[in-house]
Design a protein. Structure first.
Length: 278
């Protein structure tokens, strides 16, 4: 089975919390240009960034190092604007919505990403958050995720042809693209510790794998060109995960790299972030 090794990752807790109140509320947010919305459950707030619409080439070119055949063929995709979580959902945010913390790395703290949650668990969180807030949230599609991770770049990473331990949390004892070796922290870090990409999004490379909506298929032949999730039943039950985790070598952090897991699998290196139509 293609997918991440058991691992855990962390999220930086969302800052600037609103006053505690029962239920959830959605607030337009002034401030950073990319911040579109803050949704709060009690004292825990999730921030969403406005991702502009546009077009990109999805997948990796044939010459990209460590490329897998399921990353092609490269194909043009055009997307409408959408909202995406600035950070991965944190342990504190999950507990505020769901009432308990399932994470294996609870010692990392509430500001770390929730992990040890399945695709089905993520859907349950999204349903409850949607009910509490009156807004319709969802997982991003695989195309939306890659478009957001690239943030206008066409290289292996949004950071260029290489990525370092100063830019993401991963097993940096391995190298890629000429990068120097670095530490293997063997643990998650709080979300937002590293600089955001050009869209204002944090931790799309490393920290935790992220569930997306799509079913896994071994190639992009006949894939949607509009950025929508690809979910034909004949693709099988597995769902796609993206981004790599703190336990993975740098090649797994590439924008185009794809993993696949059964929708009921829980691993300590797999979490998610929320999305919403603009």
């Amino acid at each position: 089975m293609k997918g991440p090794a058991s691992a855990a990752a962390s999220l930086l807790a969302v800052l600037a919390l609103a006053a505690a109140a029962p239920g959830a509320r959605s607030q337009p947010q002034d401030g950073p240009a990319a911040l579109a919305e803050r949704v709060c459950v009690g004292t825990q707030c999730l921030e969403l960034v406005a991702v502009p619409g546009g077009s990109f080439l999805m997948g990796s070119p044939a010459g990209e190092a460590e490329r897998s055949t399921d990353e092609g063929p490269q194909h043009p995709v055009s997307l409408q604007p959408f909202l995406l979580g600035r950070f991965e959902v944190t342990q504190a945010q999950w507990k505020a919505v769901m009432g308990r913390n399932p994470s294996q790395f609870q010692r990392c703290g509430g500001d770390c990403p929730v992990e040890n949650v399945s695709w089905q668990d993520a859907q349950a969180f999204i349903r409850k958050l949607s009910q509490l807030s009156g807004r319709r949230f969802r997982l991003p599609s695989e195309a939306e995720w890659e478009y957001a991770a690239r943030a206008g770049t066409r290289s292996a990473f949004s950071t260029g042809t290489a990525i370092t331990a100063a830019q993401a949390n991963f097993n940096a004892t391995g190298t890629y693209g000429g990068s120097a070796p670095g530490p293997y922290r063997k643990a998650p870090l709080r979300v937002g510790r590293f600089a955001p990409n050009a869209f204002g999004l944090h931790d799309l490379h490393g920290n935790v794998w992220e569930w997306v909506q799509d079913r896994y298929y071994r190639s992009y032949f006949d894939a949607p060109a509009d950025g929508s999730a690809w979910e034909p039943a004949d693709h099988g039950p597995r769902r796609v995960v993206r981004g790599g985790s703190w336990a993975d070598a740098p090649e797994a952090l590439r924008c185009a790299f794809r993993g696949a897991l059964a929708p009921d699998v829980r691993l300590s290196g797999v979490g998610f972030r929320i999305a919403r139509d603009e």
